[in-house]
Design a protein around this ligand. Sequence first.
Ligand code: ATP
Ligand code: MG
Length: 434
Amino acid sequence: MSKTLSLMEQEAVQVLEKLEQHGYLAFFVGGYVRDSLLGRPIHDIDLTTNALPEQVLHIFPHCIPTGLKHGTVTVMMEHHSFEVTTFRTESEYEQYRRPKKVEYVSRLEDDLRRRDFTMNAMAMNRHLELIDPFGGKKDIEDRLIRSVGNPAERFQEDALRLIRCVRFSANYGFDIEQRTEQALEQCSTLLKYIAMERVQAEWERMMAGPRPWVGLRHLLRHGFIRNLKEELPISPEMWEAVLHPGLEQWLRRLSGSQARWCAVLWTLNCDPMIASEALKILKYPNRFVEETAAVLHVLEQWKTWDGAHEDGIKPFIRWSVRYGREPVLHALSLLEQAPLVFQRKASDSFVQLLHTYGAKVQERLMAVPVQSAADLNVTGKDLITAGIRPGPRMGEILKTLLLQCALGDLPNEREVLLQAAGKWQEQGMQGGID
Ligand code: ATP
Ligand code: MG
């Protein structure tokens, strides 16, 4: 094979050469070999060798003993660093995840055999000649994910492979070989041994990847959803909605995990509170959970909104004061990209409004002069000085001032705002935002 090597590849070749000069065998392995056969972008390069970790540490001046227990040393070259792992086998897996025993071996093939799928179980020497004892290249050509050896046994050794399998299928657009796929279902109960953080990492890569709907369908079809370590508050029956062809169409138009999660949760008919709970269980960061829930809250509003009686822009402003401008804009752009069946789920008036106002609403929302109480030309302190009693009622007054300014019903001027606040205190509130 002749190809121009990137700087990273050239440095990796230097590492291989140096190991060979010291009398050892050394190869490219794993994801790098797979992705270079596929012509996909390369992010990192893993190397494997029969040199023991101490020997690797001895040969290279700049090393980090990253995972000595598992035989991994990170070798730092001038521009890139490489994980160099000694040929090894794993055995006596505990809790369907961790191998208790790691043994160094002398043959490359034995190292490749412990790897999960044929496409991940190939190596290349420094001349880029392929070593492929399990038919990985053929499977890549046939676009198939196949376990190395007996799939059920391999999933029982390490149940994380179940979800890696699904993630590779979604992100690479590969089918799962029949026996491997049968074993997915058979072994799905083992997922309860896998930490939610690990599940999340794989799930998130699917959501951000090119075909999240493929991943979601696998998760449903093979019973993964109901066998997670922590139960999600969304029933398997609700999950059936991921099969809706409109969802695929919608997800294709959206990029980024968060917008896609919003679309999925909306399609599942998931209440915003339940959605937050589900994302928390999936270990999404708080900020992600809150932002997603806010968008879903705004989307919820569409279901009951009767646009016929209101000036088109007003509800948007009301929601942006209540939930923040970002979630309103997100919800709007999400629904703009939704297929008609999902837009209709909002309301017919929404569909009309969207078609008539569309871009204009966004423009108007961006031009609203006040977004939060901090933008008002009065503070809580000012109100107290002017005789408003502190407490929840004062909070309501501030919110109402904000809303009225945002709607353009009051100018954002100190004297006017103080006067209105004083009047509301006497008369009781009108026109609140809730
Ligand atoms: P990506 O980096 O895109 O996730 P990758 O194949 O490089 O893909 P890594 O997690 O970086 O995945 O693992 C490197 C290699 O280690 C894999 O190609 C595979 O050979 C092996 N491997 C990783 N995880 C497992 C596992 N759970 N069981 C068996 N082999 C594994
Ligand atoms: Mg990798």
